[in-house]
Design a protein around this ligand. Structure first.
Ligand SMILES: [Zn+2]
Ligand SMILES: [Zn+2]
Length: 110
């Protein structure tokens, strides 16, 4: 039920993001990409407190929603329960444009 995805931007930024959790621990650990203004694209365990893994800031935003994602498509590219994000129109942590793209899962993990 978990998957790894790539996030890429034409400025050269590339990262991998983890979505969901594994079959035995997803009730305690399930991940979704968020944005921290100091740490950029981060994977947050949304079952726990929603905060940045690095600075514990709670001032972080889920990808897939305003203000860091500006496009909504019919089908989400990333989804874990009610958390959804779409392929295009995502804020890039490097160039700060809404040009980051999420790719479909390339690795499934359970
Ligand atoms: Zn942070
Ligand atoms: Zn960029």
């Amino acid at each position: 039920m978990g998957s790894h995805h790539r996030a890429i931007c034409h400025c050269g930024f590339e990262s991998s993001v983890r979505v969901g959790g594994n079959r035995s621990t997803y009730l305690e650990k399930s991940y979704f990409p968020f944005y921290c203004k100091d740490h950029g694209l981060i994977s947050v365990n949304y079952v726990g407190p929603i905060e940045c893994t690095f600075c514990q800031s709670k001032d972080i935003h889920q990808y897939g929603k305003l203000p860091i994602s500006i496009e909504e498509e019919r089908w989400p590219t990333l989804q874990s329960f009610d958390y959804k994000a779409y392929s295009k129109g995502n804020l890039c942590p490097v160039c700060k444009q809404y040009t980051m793209v999420f790719k479909g899962a390339d690795i499934l993990c359970d």
